[in-house]
Write a protein that binds this ligand. Sequence first.
Ligand code: ADP
Ligand code: MG
Length: 343
Amino acid sequence: MEPSNKYRVVWYAAVMLLMLGFVLTAQRRRVVTVDSGSRPLMGTLARIVVVAKDSARAAEAIELAFDEIVSLERLMSDFDPNSQLSLVNRRAFTEPVPVDDSLFEVLSASIEYSRLSDGAFDITVGPVVGLWRAERNTGVPPTLQALEEARRAVGWQSLLLDPGKKTVRFAKPGMHLDLGGIAKGYAVDRALELLGQSGAQGAMVDLGGNIRTFGVPAHGARHWNIGLQDPRRNEHTLAVLNLDNLAVATSGDYRRFAVVNGQRLSHIIDPNTAQSAQSVSSVTIIAPSAMQTDALSTAVTVLGDQKGLLLVQSLPQVETIIIKNGAMIKSANAARFIAKTAN
Ligand code: ADP
Ligand code: MG
């Protein structure tokens, strides 16, 4: 063979190898995104997006994650008389009630958030929530007397947990637990954990605005982009957040509120006053876990912007964006998550 031909062969071989390398790498990177669409769950809408090697695997993982949320709802629903939570609410003043590990975990965490927030977050607020819930149907607000009476049954210090026996007990009569401010976040964490174990390369779980992401973003994007809704204008996005391997939740009066005497009342109750918390329009929390963002968004709504900001700044890896009187109040590092603002 002529020397020039020999070089040509080597040259061709090198080019072919390089191309093969590109093709193989592209193959390895090729993933599909599967979106579950919205399904009614836990009194709200749930949506799961999975990035995986193939759509069959993604669809299977999605179903497993939904099953997990369904089983947690069966445990923790306040509306289902057969849930373990309902059993606790009926019996825990009479005797200690043993509960599943998941429920025990949520109850322990709730007490921790009560302690952290100086009682602003309090799952024993159930009797007061019940009165305001009735108002939603009848349009008649509860009397001060009824609220005062309900408030006497509130107090996280009277919720007694036995970590050894995994039992729950109420120290005073009339107590009623409401996990509406934390169970969805916990369920998001559990669903996401399962998705990770089932081989998904990336995923997002959204349970009524309690959102957490991990891994490879959907549709080949560089980041998981989450829209932050304007508290006063439905379907209007205030900002887009880049949230990779993080959770976000917003408590606001835009989705569930009642109008009483011309005032918008949020469904979040200040346990101290038994009144609806309404000093801020919305509170968004960004943190590693969805249980954190769920509970803290409720807590900061009660605390208001000043005390709320102090609480957030005291916690590592937690940021907040508070909307009050149309203005955006941000914690020290919140801005780094904002990819785009509307105005
Ligand atoms: P959403 O349900 O819209 O996501 P939140 O996560 O902020 O809203 O939780 C609000 C729910 O939490 C209420 O519907 C009620 O069930 C419960 N709740 C209300 N006030 C408190 C409070 N101070 N602490 C803990 N839970 C609360
Ligand atoms: Mg919450």
